[in-house]
Design a protein around this ligand. Structure first.
Ligand code: PMP
Length: 372
């Protein structure tokens, strides 16, 4: 949709893109400065394949400070984006016929990674009226002897759902009963969790399960560094080693300059995040109120990240039940969104509110007009 929106813009059409998954803020100055300094200092060569010790130490600080996870730098891998860490964890462990439980609506790449590895995607359907959260019992009913991972993503893309601690503690209980099940926790949006209280994550709440949890994080979303391509993961040594073997024989080390920038991101000031969270929270309130005021549209209140997952069931008759047609109709009216079906959902669409309030207000106006 982003590509289509760009093509229409090039034809001179006025299109607002609410389809992108990156913050609209500029990368903080101290991060840019660190990248520049690294280049000036000649840090333009290979680094150790799984990342520099400086960045592993900075990532350990991040895991401890922001996620409450005591991670040893020896059990940390630096990757080219959070995406590569997730891919490596799955490809290193999933064999033909293995099952991976993926809560839906899901981030688009999870099922593709599982299928790439020959695994079977087992959807765990979640619903808007329960804030896109699931009960541990629902998850347990999907476990078989072939289950090897459950995927967790909080705050979540595309729903913005945040998992409360009680839910994760109950999940930990389930894992204690099923020793073959590991958890892959994608916490890349954790610094953009604007619910009250500290961010809850499984490895912090259930340290006794540490040898079966891999936690993925990064700087892409929290520090507006999507183009730098740096992710980090921590987990049991055997898994981190296997991921390193994959990395060694595929991409090699993540960019040396980006790694230096990521050290500055993790170790430098974090206070700007308080402002960013507040800005996202205000935009969230504007978007939720605006969308819920449009007849036939509804969305629960997301508690993190910068997405709203919108139900448009009442309008689907007009589009033959095909939400891609709905998304194309909105594009015709000047707003690019992503159809719910792209995320394993249905009858709706996702918008990103990583753009300013005036643009969001105009976009909501256009969506209302398009569906009137
Ligand atoms: N996980 C989720 C849930 C995401 O939304 C994204 C980015 N869209 C990623 C991982 C990947 O992030 P990165 O750009 O660091 O690879």
């Amino acid at each position: 949709m982003t590509d289509r929106a760009t093509a229409l813009r090039e034809q001179g059409r006025d299109i607002i893109s609410l389809s992108v998954g990156e913050p609209d803020f500029a990368t903080p100055d101290h991060v840019i400065e660190a990248a520049r300094a690294a280049m000036d200092a000649g840090q333009t060569k290979y680094t150790p394949v799984t990342g520099t010790m400086a960045l592993k130490k900075a990532a350990a600080l991040h895991f401890r400070r922001d996620l409450g996870i005591a991670a040893d730098p020896a059990n940390i891998i630096v990757t080219s984006g959070g995406k590569q860490a997730l891919f490596e964890a799955i490809v290193a462990t999933v064999s033909e016929g293995d099952e991976v439980i993926v809560p839906s609506p899901w981030w688009v790449s999870y099922p593709q990674m599982v299928r790439f590895a020959g695994g079977r995607v087992v959807p765990l359907r979640t619903h808007a009226h329960r804030g896109f959260r699931f009960e541990a019992g629902e998850l347990e009913s999907l476990i078989t002897p072939r289950t090897n991972w459950v995927l967790l993503n909080s705050p979540g893309n595309p729903t913005g759902a945040v998992y409360p601690a009680e839910m994760l503690l109950a999940l930990g209980e389930v894992m204690r009963r099923h020793l073959q099940v590991m958890a892959l926790s994608d916490d890349i949006y954790a610094p953009l969790n604007y619910s009250d209280g500290p961010h809850a994550t499984l490895a912090n709440l259930c340290p006794d399960l540490a040898d079966r949890i891999c936690t993925v994080s990064g700087v892409s979303k929290s520090h507006a560094m999507t183009g730098f391509r740096i992710g980090v993961a921590t987990g049991p040594g055997w898994l981190i080693d296997a991921m390193g073997t994959l990395q060694s024989n595929s991409t090699g080390n993540p960019s040396s300059v980006s790694q230096a920038a990521a050290v500055a991101a993790f170790e430098g000031p974090q206070d700007f995040l308080t402002d960013w969270r507040e800005i996202f929270r205000q935009r969230r309130d504007l978007v939720v109120a605006g969308i819920n005021a449009i007849p036939g549209l509804s969305t629960p209140v997301p508690d993190g990240a910068f997405y709203c997952f919108i139900d448009a069931s009442d309008h689907m008759g007009r589009f033959g039940g095909d939400d891609t047609k709905l998304a194309l109709h909105l594009l015709e009216h000047g707003v690019a969104v992503v159809a719910a079906s792209a995320f394993g959902g249905k009858d709706g669409f996702r918008i990103s509110f990583a753009t300013d309030e005036a643009t969001l207000t105009e976009a909501i106006h256009r969506i209302g007009k398009a569906l009137a």
